[in-house]
Design a protein around this ligand. Structure first.
Ligand code: GLN
Length: 429
């Protein structure tokens, strides 16, 4: 879509981010992997894939680069699928190390790496992937990461060879963990799987789709495939939020507030849960190994669009205001819509129960409600019960007959019946 921004406001927004930061030439391309030292430092691409499956991109959106550390959260997802959170946590921690990605962040006694986003933790994660040998294990990694991306990914063999022959530090980390019995199984197999996943060749659109899959609770919104369970997506995003940007993770969460992961290939992936996945690519890196332009663009985007994870705006106050007194029937109609959760239900509770007791029947109109989580259902039910106890009649309108408030409030009542019954039962109301 990058070619036609006139009809694509989201692509146009990405393009304007690109234009704002493209002149920044700070940073250096990674050079410790010889093949990466040769990449063109100039490309800058951005892509966004919504949780509904729309894709938008700008700039060098087809330029290939290697995933590098962006592979880590996705292989972590596979280890979680294979063993569950408890077993995985026994072997790899979930604490931000506050250290560089290639640091020797291992527990002194157990050799357990601090978290799965640093190299040590990611190599250990690879050793947890089920499979009889490196080929089978990597085959499973490749299959899962391809499902996240919605496309069959391939290894850039020259980048793989380049890192495999020079990656002495990673080898040392793996052997230290093996020595401490933190890594069990074949050390070389774990390193092979790790180095291969780092060398997977992608463009920003692939990576944005991978993130959109996390954002969409583990289902790829483009292909419709359920890639991982919602709780696995949640666990992966949690670790990205606290550890994804290495020793810049704390400040990243503070300023940008999105679960993210960077790679020394120049990519950054970020997730806005329930909204979209976004990816940037620009090879020059800052001292922490994070893409300079990519980080700047994501930071600007998050601040300007209010995307911080902890930023909550809620629309219910307006909706409650739309809960009107119906003159015909003399009832207070509270019209609710969307996905109800704690905040929505608590506002209904506060407005109906904390103040003066309503002097007329209350109708909770749930016709436009799409869903209601367990907490919201309980709070709404308690609200209705309290009102009844105080002598207020309560009707629930739900022409979809979903019984959202549970027993006693399950009657299928349409608005006319609800209001009509109040007409009869509360004369003069
Ligand atoms: N393959 C790289 C390494 O192990 C990945 C590091 C990164 O992207 N931060 O050093």
């Amino acid at each position: 879509m990058s070619s036609d921004h006139f009809h694509d406001p989201i692509g146009a927004a990405l393009e304007s981010l690109r234009e704002r930061f493209v002149a920044d030439h700070d940073g250096e391309v990674a050079s410790y992997i010889p093949e990466l030292a040769r990449v063109d430092p100039e490309p800058f691409g951005l892509a966004l894939v919504s949780a509904g499956g729309g894709s938008y991109s700008a700039g060098d959106d087809r330029t290939r680069f290697t995933l590098q550390s962006i592979s880590k959260p996705f292989t972590y997802a596979l280890a979680l699928c294979d063993h569950g959170l408890e077993a995985v946590l026994d072997r790899v921690g979930a604490e931000p190390s506050g250290e560089a990605y290639n640091a020797i962040s291992l527990d002194e006694e157990t050799g357990r790496p601090d978290n799965p986003m640093i190299n040590a933790g990611a190599i250990l994660t690879c050793s947890l992937v089920d499979g009889r040998d490196a080929d089978t294990r990597f085959g499973r990694v490749l299959e899962l990461l391809s499902a996240f991306a919605g496309r069959d990914l391939e290894v850039d063999e020259s980048v793989f060879d380049s890192e495999a022959t020079t990656g002495h530090r990673n080898r040392a980390l793996a052997h230290l963990m093996f020595h401490a019995e933190a890594l069990v199984g074949d050390v070389d197999d774990a390193l092979e799987v790790y180095t291969r996943q780092c060398a997977l060749s992608v463009d920003v659109r692939d990576v944005a789709t991978m993130a959109a899959t996390l954002s969409n609770a583990g289902t790829n919104p483009v292909t419709g495939d359920r890639v991982v369970a919602p709780e696995v997506a949640e666990q992966v995003m949690s670790v990205m939020a606290t550890c994804g940007m290495y020793d810049a993770s704390g400040e990243w969460l503070l300023r940008v507030g999105l679960p993210a992961k960077s790679g020394v290939g120049g990519g950054i992936v970020a997730v806005s849960p329930g909204r979209f996945g976004i990816a940037t690519f620009s090879p020059r890196l800052d001292e922490q190994g994070n893409s300079v332009r990519g980080a700047a663009a994501l930071r600007a985007m998050s601040t300007e669009l209010g995307l911080h994870l902890l930023h909550r705006t809620h629309h219910l106050e307006e909706e409650l205001a739309a809960g009107t007194v119906d003159d015909r029937a003399g009832a207070l109609v509270v019209r609710l819509s969307g996905e109800l959760e704690f905040t929505d239900a608590e506002r209904v509770l506060r407005s109906l129960v904390s103040g003066p007791t309503p002097d007329r029947p209350v109708v909770l109109d749930l016709d436009d409600v799409r869903g209601c989580d367990e907490v919201a259902s309980r709070v709404l039910r308690a609200t209705a019960t309290t009102l009844q106890r105080d002598g207020v009649e309560v009707g629930v309108v739900d022409s979809h007959d979903r019984n959202l408030l549970g027993e006693g409030f399950e009657d299928h009542v349409d608005m006319a019946t609800a209001c009509g019954s109040f007409d009869r039962s509360t004369p003069g109301a």
